[in-house]
Design a protein around this ligand. Sequence first.
Ligand SMILES: *Cc1c(COP(=O)(O)O)cnc(C)c1O
Length: 457
Amino acid sequence: MPGIDTTTLQRLDAAHHLHPFNDNAALAKRGTRILTRGEGCYVWDAEGNQLLDAFAGLWCVNVGYGRKELGRVAAHQMDELAYYNSFFQCTTEPTVRLSAKLAELTPHDLNHAFFTNSGSEANDTILRMVRHFWAVQGKPEKFNFISRHDGYHGSTVAGASLGGMKGMHKQGGLPIPGIHHIDPPYWFGDGGEMDEEEYGRVAAKRLEDKILELGPENVAAFIGEPVMGAIGVYIPPRNYWKEIERICRQYDVLLVADEVICGFGRTGNWFAAETFDFRPDVMTLAKGITSGYIPLGAVMFNDRVAEVLATKGGELAHGYTYSGHPVCAAVALENIRILQDEKIIETCRNDTGPYLAEKWKALGEHPLVGEARILGMVGALELVPRKPAREYFPDRGRVGQMCRDFALRSGLILRATNDAMLLSPPLVITKAQVDELAEKTWRALDLTARELGMPTA
Ligand SMILES: *Cc1c(COP(=O)(O)O)cnc(C)c1O
């Protein structure tokens, strides 16, 4: 439909398109924002507004928008061989090269990849494969997964069940059996007066308590996001993951790191398992693996799991039509090449990341901000009614929404979850763009405070 006007698009959208995670009736009234173009850290909408995207789409556009190389390799691969599957003892060259590349990039002995179309499907895959891993070793009762309340592991049936979002569990009769949730490490919400070290131990011990309650002989795995994204960027204490790892080893429970957000540079290293110095047995990848240019997810397994599956697993009764799609694999390889050749992750770690952290922490001075937290290129501001108490506004979510809308009107995309403003910019953000981001965020905070009749800065 060339030349179709925005109003018509919005009308058709309201009539025919059900949006994910949306109150669709409210959206239809308000009118969808239609995005038309992206370049670097900016996107443009159909009204011609230029927006600094401080959320990298949905945590994913790590190399920034408009990288022509990615389109070129996709077109080339489509011309050459648009599709072939990895069933029937076949595969394609980009798929093989990507598995080897991921084996090289991921830490320790995560040397084996299984491909999916998304993070959700990768977690569904993990649930089945890990249970199978124990069953073929004569331990079918090692079946239970432990995860965290408020965690996010995707929207498929297993993904949403592993996740701990109550609103999601309510729709469709979740969680499925064999999944148990513990409280996450969230110092702002429940750290009380504990220091980081002590709180890290207390939060990790929740896993040990749950394992003992279920019986270690019944527990297959623990899964968690190294930094919990969707719920509000909960950054755990430094010692949390080391403790979790120690507990998993003690009871022979597999450790699954869902690095869908953290992977590919978000926390200042290629993977958060490096940032927090722990060794997962299994890792979930998606989002930054292609910088969102094309859908792709992957599960990485370590040698132990792969060896059991290879020697005792028999035929793997699992796979997707597009597992290892050659076009997606080619784009992922090119995305990784860009991250490597341009030293994007090193720049984040040593230069732009610290600069962003300094500016973001300074936003913590605003009367509306109860905590400014950041790790690498992912962070949050907790908006509070009065400082220094770590309290929430009544009617949670309203103030965050308000601040988000003020930011948008001044040309900045931030996400709001409850009353936390979430940050996850493209990794290629420059210092000048960080300045713009900080300035616009401060202004949005001011406008929000004024609207609430609170002191502004
Ligand atoms: C986004 C996300 C998922 C789900 O990935 P999809 O590609 O949306 O299915 C899983 N885990 C985490 C941590 C995520 O942020």
